[in-house]
Design a protein around this ligand. Structure first.
Ligand code: GDD
Ligand code: MN
Length: 376
């Protein structure tokens, strides 16, 4: 297995050599892994690149990419692209140079990839994980970006820790599908955006608890400096873009629902006019909507997770079983509505049941069980 470690650096001359040594010494215990290290340096004035050049003599798979100072996000995008295109890595593992994320933890991440996960995030927010030594400003910053923006605004729920750099990503089928060229995150909003993009590829996520330690050598670049405001605004912008992009699925789902509702109304009205009992007429109408919903959602709303071939038969049975819930909900509400308000109330009872009960119920079931848009 080819593993590409991506380390962005800006003024990390005291750390980078130790980091390269550490990655290779840990790697010795896993002879099947071929470790490449890609250092993306923004021409650090402290001479980080010179240290890397020394290490290139010591290890053959160390690659140094030099570019102008553009921010952490840009450095990572360049590194990821190089890992996919030039190294043709199977797994990509970004990390910081400063040992805040312990590089000795990377075998734990790779093991999860071996178990079938596609994105394994080193996490401070699952039991066993934590942060050591952040001041109130860093904590507040992190809570706003992680809980308020990433979780609530962007709605990225695949993981609990969205901000960190350390993770393992499977390339085949997942990272290779992410349009890295189109990503233009200059700062740390990249961390959230890449998780979102990977989520769209249908990747299976998991988190491994780790302890985020204090930096011993060198200085942090992320803090209240001239890039701070730019990066914060970019993060807010990124969260909102993600929210809009995500809601496209819900809009499609809504349109599919309207088409289904139209079919259902036509059939139900037709049957009621022929003196079929309203609760039965509506149930049959609902079944016609189920069939149209299944097909349209499969090929349009959830096309990234589309089911094909013989599996469709199985899924359609599952979908119908799930939809029985929707049929029962409507049957019961129409029964109650007509019992209380008389036979004419069947239509509005049906509409009420669909909008307030069936729509949220179905959207949840589709995402979670039918098209399995992500791991819960
Ligand atoms: N090439 C390049 N260009 N590298 C950079 C730049 C840049 O503009 N800015 C930072 N880096 C490198 C640093 O040299 C270090 O290796 C790594 O990126 C992380 O930067 P730190 O300065 O150590 O930031 P931190 O400890 O505050 O970072 C934390 O927050 C980030 C954003 O949420 C960590 O959790 C990071 O993993 C996380 O990405
Ligand atoms: Mn750091």
């Amino acid at each position: 297995m080819k593993i590409a470690h991506i380390i962005p650096t800006f003024n990390e001359k005291d750390n980078i050599g130790l980091m390269i040594d550490k990655i290779y010494s840990v790697g010795k215990n896993f002879p099947k892994w071929q470790n490449f290290i890609i250092i993306v340096d923004d021409h650090s004035p402290d001479g980080t690149a010179d240290v890397v050049r020394q290490y290139k003599k010591k290890y053959k798979n160390v690659h140094l990419l030099l570019k102008k100072k553009e921010g952490l996000g840009r450095a990572l995008i360049v590194g990821y692209q190089y890992a996919v295109k030039n190294i043709k890595a199977d797994v990509v593992i970004p990390n910081d140079a400063d040992f805040q994320w312990d590089p000795s933890d990377y075998p734990k991440l790779v093991k999860k990839i071996d178990q079938g996960y596609d994105v394994v995030v080193a996490s401070r927010h699952v039991p066993g994980g934590k942060v050591v030594g952040w001041n109130w400003f860093r904590k507040l910053n992190h809570d706003i970006s992680n809980s308020l923006l990433a979780w609530m605004v962007a709605g990225v729920h695949e993981v609990r820790d969205h901000a960190g750099n350390f993770k393992a990503i499977r390339v085949a089928g997942f990272l290779e599908k992410v349009p890295l060229i189109k990503m233009n995150n200059a700062g740390f909003s990249f961390q959230l955006h890449i998780l979102y993009e990977l989520g769209k590829t249908g990747a299976k996520f998991t988190e491994v608890p780790v302890i985020f330690k204090e930096r011993k050598l060198g200085e942090s670049k992320i803090g209240f400096n001239r890039y701070y405001i730019r990066d914060v605004f970019e993060y807010i912008k990124s969260s909102i873009i993600i929210r809009f992009d995500r809601s496209q699925r819900f809009i499609k789902y809504g349109i599919v629902g309207v088409v289904g509702l139209f079919l259902q109304t036509l059939l139900s009205k037709f049957l009621v006019n022929r003196n079929v009992d309203p609760s039965i007429a509506v149930s049959l109408g609902a079944e016609s909507a189920i069939i149209s919903n299944f097909l349209m959602n499969n090929y349009w709303t959830f096309n990234k997770h589309a089911i094909s071939g013989l599996k469709m038969i199985n899924k359609f049975i599952q979908f119908n079983t799930a939809s029985i819930g929707a049929v029962i909900i409507q049957g019961v509400v129409v029964y109650l509505g007509t019992a209380i308000f008389g036979k004419e109330a069947w239509f509005w009872s049906m509409i009420f049941a669909i909008f307030f009960l069936v729509i949220p119920y179905s959207y949840f079931i589709y995402n979670r069980y039918i098209w399995k848009t992500h791991e819960y």
